[in-house]
Design a protein around this ligand. Structure first.
Ligand code: FEO
Ligand code: CA
Ligand code: CA
Length: 671
């Protein structure tokens, strides 16, 4: 069967050919000398955020008023840069099977797995779930949450990823590969949802409507765009053109563009593809192995029903996954684009900023032990006055990978065919991008401790990178580039790096960096001086940006998703606290920490999730009177009906859900 689609090949522009290695080399538009951000320079990330929030032209299918543009420049004074103090009373770590929020706050469960998105969609029936119903209902294991405003501050779209399924937690008697009907439910439970929401008073509700609401699943038709579109390695029996693909899989976190589109990132796509051990072509087999495609059967065994999930039958199909997908949430007819110029990895997030000259920068991680941090810089410039003109910016540009050095400097290495270490290694830029990890290996990128989220701070312009943990780090000596950037051996608690682009320009070729947090229990071994952060630190050493009062600090492990409020406070959600004995094995959580001022590093816990979940998101409404988060896999691996959680309905069938948290008096979150 071929994919039924009449659309032609997406734009396949040739990426910029650089005539130097950009290893600290100055080029027009690129600053070479890293330094502190001058406070009198405009912060393009703030521009991006403002425009993102208030100025976009809506998609052709939507007839909704256009919001006003705010002025673009932002020049904070020292006083403006100082954050207003966080005043909520922190909560204690919890192991209760419930959402815990601070005194004076409350939460609501906004939408959960199986809730209908359309007026004519069926209600959830746990005993008779079908793929048809699931494809009209909210999917499983919600992760990324993106708030996209509509014309009123009381209406918005939420874009939510549905990362993966755990069949044993979804249905009684789950046996992988035993039921095609249930495999189809699982495929339909993947992908993402666009959900219209409306607020009355302080309470949000889902608007069941087809104006904007949309389900994207593991079978939604997508276009492959950018340099890898049409590449021989992208061609399959179902798609001899290599330009279109069914579905997106394992979409973890994501981001938003200045022109109001949703970037959603395919993470552990390898777990859907079976039998790499029998792949005939040695090069293809090696490439799949570098991304972890299994030699044998997959956990879900979709390969029993669909050839494309068996690499002995369709060896190229995995190459069509592992991308950042761009979707216009304001146009429910928009065909999603896999933007291959951004590289192929187990992307956690893709967050945008603008370079000083208006080019678009996208920061991404690759969530694997010893993998890398990337950024893409477009060749074209952002046009704030013509939304549509920006729609293909992410098809044409240069992908860089980060090399951290122990002098607290670092460089962005371009992954292009003319790099001396890449010359002759790939037949085309498209092939290089399909094998992004292999190219990054060749240029000596720094192996990190599971780089997950990466977010530019709208107040100070610095980029924050979460390293979730790395239990396999046994040595810093053999590392590439920097031992200091991942200093703990092993790294059970995870850490956060603060990266300052040269001259505050997100398009820069090099950067400075600091350790911002070494997560864990500050009562065990709290370092307060950066000079004490040395390669090979003990696993339970902690650092909270120099904050010295261990008695006030919260305990945190495995930072995963992050977001900033408009004061530059960093909100952190976790995935892995229950496995961290140093902090007492509490449930996963949401924390917040100031990034400047006297309380820089003073981390406090804001929310605790129910048993067995991770907390994802977080995401603020534009007025910052609501913070949303996703409660992913509550009760995971208990096995229905013996799950360890009954959240949120009290039933033994826990259901992943998005939660809205607000202050009881309606005020801004945190202050
Ligand atoms: Fe899906 Fe990197 O967490
Ligand atoms: Ca994650
Ligand atoms: Ca995670």
């Amino acid at each position: 069967m071929t994919i039924d689609d009449t659309a032609g090949r997406g734009a396949a522009d040739t990426p910029e050919i650089l005539d130097d290695e950009a290893i600290g080399i100055d080029r027009p538009g690129l600053h070479a000398e890293a330094g502190e951000l001058p406070l009198n320079e405009p912060f393009q990330s703030v521009l991006a955020r403002n425009i993102e929030r208030r100025s976009f032209l809506l998609g052709a299918a939507a007839a909704v008023p256009v919001l006003m543009t705010t002025t673009a420049t932002f020049a904070p004074t020292e006083a403006e840069a100082a954050p207003r103090r966080l005043t909520f009373t922190p909560i204690a770590p919890s192991t209760a099977d419930e959402i815990v929020v601070p005194e004076g706050y409350e939460h609501q469960v906004l939408i959960k797995w199986g809730d209908p998105l359309f007026a004519d969609a069926p209600n959830f029936d746990k005993n008779n779930q079908t793929a048809e119903a699931q494809s009209r209902q909210f999917g499983y294991n919600c992760d990324f949450v993106g708030y996209f405003p509509l014309e009123s501050s009381n209406r918005a779209l939420l874009c939510v990823n549905h990362e993966y399924t755990t069949g044993s937690d979804m249905v009684r008697g789950y046996v992988p590969g035993a039921s095609k009907a249930f495999a189809d439910v699982e495929i339909a439970a993947h992908g993402g949802s666009v959900v219209e929401i409306e607020r009355t008073g302080s309470v949000w509700r889902v608007v069941k409507s087809d104006t904007y609401n949309r389900r994207i699943t593991g079978e939604t038709l997508m276009r492959i765009s950018g340099p890898a579109s049409g590449e021989p390695l992208m061609k399959t029996s179902a798609d001899p053109t290599g330009t279109k693909v069914l579905g997106m899989l394992n979409n973890c976190s994501g981001g938003k563009t200045p022109w109001g589109t949703w970037l959603t990132c395919e993470e552990n796509f390898n777990q859907y593809f079976a039998n790499n051990g029998s792949t005939a072509d040695a090069d293809i087999k090696a490439a799949h192995a570098r991304y972890g495609v299994t030699e044998g059967a997959t956990g879900r065994k979709w390969e029993a029903f669909y050839d494309r999930f068996d690499v002995t039958k369709e060896p190229n199909e995995p190459f069509r996954f592992g991308w950042v997908v761009e979707i216009d949430p304001y146009d429910p007819t928009f065909r999603p684009r896999k933007r291959t110029a951004l590289g192929r990895a187990k992307h956690e997030a893709a967050t945008t900023a603008l370079a000083a000259d208006g080019r678009v920068v996208v920061y991404t991680g690759d969530d694997q032990q010893f993998d890398y941090v990337y950024k893409f810089v477009s060749n074209g410039k952002y046009d704030p006055n013509n939304r549509r003109a920006n729609f293909d910016l992410l098809d044409d540009g240069v992908l860089y990978v980060a090399k951290f050095r122990d002098n607290n400097k670092g460089v962005w290495i371009p992954l292009t065919l003319d790099h001396p270490k890449l010359k002759g290694k790939f037949s085309s830029q498209g092939e290089l991008l399909i094998k992004t990890r292999l190219a990054a290996d060749m240029v000596g990128a720094t192996a990190m401790d599971r780089p997950e989220d990466c977010q530019p701070n709208p107040v100070n312009g610095r980029v924050y990178l979460t390293m979730t943990n790395n239990s396999r780090r046994t040595s810093v000596v053999a590392d590439t580039g920097s031992a200091l950037a991942n200093p703990r051996v092993p790294n059970f608690g995870g850490h956060i790096i603060e990266l300052t682009e040269s001259h505050g320009d997100h398009g820069a070729a090099d950067f400075r960096w600091e350790i911002f947090l070494l997560c864990g229990n500050p009562e065990i071994d709290l370092k307060t001086d950066e000079a004490d952060l040395t390669p090979g630190l003990a696993a339970n050493a902690t650092f909270f940006a120099g904050y010295a009062d261990a008695s006030k600090l919260g305990k945190i492990a495995s930072p995963d998703n992050i977001a900033f409020d408009n004061r530059g406070n960093l909100w952190i959600t976790t995935d892995g606290q229950p496995g961290n004995a140093d902090i007492g094995n509490p449930n996963d959580a949401m924390h917040v920490v100031p990034t400047s001022g006297a309380e820089r590093g003073y981390l406090r816990q804001f929310l605790s999730g129910p048993k067995g979940c991770e907390i994802c998101g977080p995401e603020f409404a534009d007025d910052e009177r609501t913070v949303f988060c996703a409660v992913q896999h509550p009760g995971e691996d208990g096995g229905y009906p013996n799950t360890i959680s009954t959240w949120p309905t009290g039933s033994q069938l826990p259901r992943p859900a998005v939660v809205a948290v607000r202050r009881k008096d309606g005020g801004e979150i945190g202050v």
